[in-house]
Design a protein around this ligand. Structure first.
Ligand SMILES: Cc1ncc(COP(=O)(O)O)c(C=O)c1O
Length: 396
């Protein structure tokens, strides 16, 4: 018998990774993952890699890329020196590092509910206990708990949240910063979608509003360059940075140097900004087209808010159709439509407290990605999905 770690008991497969396997089935239309459009990827010209670049590198990352990203962080209102930038192997790695730094079994982590599925997967693995908050509601967590039980870590995705698409108002940002300061809870701000923006909205980093608390801020190159490069980046308050670097050293020594060099070349290329603007135009068009499809096909079935950025629509099924969408998924996959049941994004399922439909808070929700499927395929997939929901309708 293998003697596994206790943490291993909390190991679960990610439903999204499982669905991603199904996506490779020929003919499958995916509205499931947060996949950027293949048309958005940069054209790759040849890249000369010097032999020295193939040597082991610095754990913090390639200096020129750190300089580029420090400048970008400065522009968004987070004063950052290049020495305070840590390159990550995807921003998913940042979640792992933050969890390793702060989460023991039973550590209280405050999260939006619903929240990013793979963050739940990581926090669960380390044994987190959750305090859920809704941006702008109540006074965040202090009202839910006694004074001794403040969260050690507060995980938030303030811009075009995954899965809801919500973007915090300035008031909500200030409220969350004040709550962190008041309880000396560490803010972990995850911002991978900030540049996928369709209309003007406040995107002030919440960490820049903090007065006392420590913080971690991270973003990604996956949504604006290419997810296959597996590159993200992180900065933090000075007290945390050396610890995060040490955790990175222990995790993978450093991120791929060739990928970093390629990313830097793409970010510095003459048409980098033009490409981003073109992608934003395409995504804005796709988002509007998808919204029109939803109005036509899902108008009576569900309600949603049109996202101001990001890659997702978040649907709540109307009462007569409010079924557990997890149960819909196998049939949907058989009919070559992949989507994400919304129930998976709630911590209640992950912590195994309750998996039953009746008392699940996210029942009747689904997340649909609009950036990957073609317009033609999206229309067909939505028609089929609506049909499935109608025939599966639970009598009330
Ligand atoms: C909120 C959030 N954080 C982190 C990630 C991880 O992104 P990556 O590891 O590709 O940088 C994602 C991916 O979709 C995400 O939605």
């Amino acid at each position: 018998m293998n003697r596994y770690s206790q943490r291993h008991e909390n190991l679960r497969t990610s439903p999204i990774r499982d669905i991603m396997h199904a996506i490779n089935v020929p003919g499958m239309v995916s509205l499931a993952g947060g996949l950027p459009s293949p048309d958005s990827f940069p054209a790759l010209t040849s890249l000369t890699v010097e032999a020295s670049q193939l040597q082991y590198g610095a754990s913090e990352g390639e200096q020129l890329l750190r300089e580029y990203l420090a400048e970008s962080l400065n522009q968004r209102g987070i004063p950052t020196h290049p020495e305070q930038v840590l390159i990550l192997t995807g921003s998913q790695q940042g979640i792992d590092l933050a969890a390793k730094l702060f989460v023991d079994p039973d550590t209280v982590v405050a999260i939006e509910s619903p929240t990013y599925l793979a963050a739940l997967q990581t926090f669960n693995y380390f044994g987190a206990r959750y305090l859920e908050f809704v941006p702008g509601q109540n006074c965040y967590w202090p009202s839910q708990t006694n004074q001794t039980e403040h969260p050690s870590l507060v995980y938030a995705v303030p811009n075009f949240q995954n899965p809801t698409g919500h973007v915090y108002s300035m008031e909500e940002r200030q409220g969350l910063a004040a709550a962190c300061d008041q309880t000396r809870s560490v803010l972990f701000e995850d911002d991978p979608y900030r540049d996928i923006v369709f209309e003007p909205c406040d995107r002030t980093p919440i960490c820049s509003l903090l007065k006392r608390s420590s913080w971690i801020y991270q973003s990604s190159l996956s949504k604006t360059l290419a997810p296959g490069l597996r590159l993200g980046y992180m900065t933090s308050s000075p007290d945390l940075f050396p610890k995060l670097v040490q955790l990175k050293q222990a995790a993978d020594l450093h991120s791929c140097r060739v990928a970093q060099q390629l990313a830097l070349a793409l970010l510095n290329s003459d048409n980098a900004n033009e490409r981003l603007q073109q992608n934003l135009q395409n995504y804005t068009h796709r988002k509007s087209y998808f919204n029109d499809l939803l109005n036509r096909i899902f108008g009576d079935l569900a309600n949603w808010e049109t996202p101001k950025g990001g890659l997702f629509f978040w649907l709540k099924l109307n009462t007569p159709y409010r079924l557990d969408t997890r149960k819909l998924l196998p049939t949907a996959l058989q009919r070559h439509i992949a989507f994400m049941p919304g129930e998976y994004f709630y911590p209640v399922l992950q912590s195994q407290v309750s998996n039953r439909s009746a008392d699940h808070p996210g029942i009747g929700t689904l997340r649909l990605n609009f950036s990957h499927a073609s317009e033609h395929d999206a229309a067909i997939a939505l028609e089929k999905l609506a049909e499935l929901i109608k025939i599966s309708q639970v009598p009330h």
